[in-house]
Design a protein around this ligand. Structure first.
Ligand SMILES: Nc1ncnc2c1ncn2[C@@H]1O[C@H](COP(=O)(O)OP(=O)(O)O)[C@@H](O)[C@H]1O
Ligand SMILES: [Mg+2]
Length: 281
């Protein structure tokens, strides 16, 4: 019989499979034989103490580093060796802070910068080319406007990116992933330095992108409240290895995790245990 939707078999469909990956920097084992899945349609949390290898893991998935050993599969295809732009084209996106040179451009212009140029150099007829470029630009502008509406930042469309608050910049970074067809978005400490109200907005945007647009997320975050509300499953890394995985509740009550990571922060654990993980944002 076919499993019902929501059945664990559906949830177990992996978008990314990390298969015995290690990444060494000289003598440092930043990632040390780690294996885990990022399930399609999930918002997967990646937590662990500083230096656990989380950011290195993201950089390895996104093609910035090649693993010293191991394989990474995207829907069954080994993607080790692909360059970041090739992974970008396959829908694997790592958000980046708005680069300094883009701070003097508006929010809309920042969004419009994202899509790769779709008009090939093959069109030599300048008149035709100009017309096509114009049409393409109109389409991209329209898409950028839709993105600002989705993220509820239309009122900031013409604001210079440099004038945005920390949280608004994060929303713009998220918006940039909406300009292309993202499959997996890797968010590294999206909540860092963001005030509570905007963090809630960012959380809502992530959930909507997940539910309405089918984005899969993997997010590194220190704010355990945020992780507890958004992420299932949560993967815990320590010293380059995967220490545990499960729901936020499960991993935060796992003795090994508490010892390795939450020992100093056990009051956070109690806080999370009191909350409903399914409660949404
Ligand atoms: N480019 C690099 N060169 C050398 N060592 C690195 C590099 N990137 C990370 N490391 C080391 O790898 C380990 C894991 O770092 P990182 O992935 O940034 O951890 P996390 O994001 O969990 O805090 C740390 O010991 C760090 O110093
Ligand atoms: Mg990091």
């Amino acid at each position: 019989m076919f499993p019902r939707k929501g059945h664990s078999l559906f949830r177990r469909y992996s978008l990314i499979k990390i298969d015995s990956v290690s990444k060494h920097f000289g003598g440092i084992r930043a990632i040390d034989n780690a294996s885990f899945l990022i399930e399609k349609g999930s918002i997967t949390g990646l937590i662990g103490p500083n230096g656990a290898g989380k950011t290195t893991m993201f950089n390895t998935i996104a093609g910035l580093f090649e693993p010293t050993i191991g394989k990474i599969f995207l829907q069954g295809e080994n993607i080790v060796g692909l360059r970041p732009h090739q992974l970008f084209e396959k829908g694997v996106l790592r958000t980046f802070q708005i680069a300094h040179e883009f701070t003097t451009m508006s929010v809309l212009e920042n969004l419009m910068m994202v899509p790769p140029n779709q008009i090939g150099e093959r069109i030599y007829n300048t008149w035709l080319r100009r017309r096509q470029i114009k049409e393409q630009e109109r389409g991209i502008r329209h898409k950028a406007e839709e993105v600002t509406e989705f993220l509820k930042i239309s009122h900031l469309a013409n604001e210079l990116a440099g004038n945005l608050s920390g949280g608004q910049k994060k929303l713009l970074e998220l918006g940039r992933t909406m300009m292309v067809d993202a499959k997996l978005v890797l968010l590294d400490e999206v909540g860092a330095g963001v005030n509570r109200t905007l963090l809630k907005e960012i959380g809502k945007a992530i959930v909507r992108l997940n539910k309405e647009r089918g984005y899969t997320f993997c997010m590194i975050e220190h704010d355990m409240d945020f992780i507890g509300k958004l992420c299932d499953p949560v993967i815990v890394m320590a010293e380059g290895q995967v220490l545990a995985q499960g729901t936020a509740k499960e991993v935060t009550s796992n003795e090994e995790v508490i010892e390795a990571y939450l020992g100093r922060r056990s009051k956070h654990r109690d806080k999370i245990a009191d909350r409903s993980v399914e409660g949404g944002v």
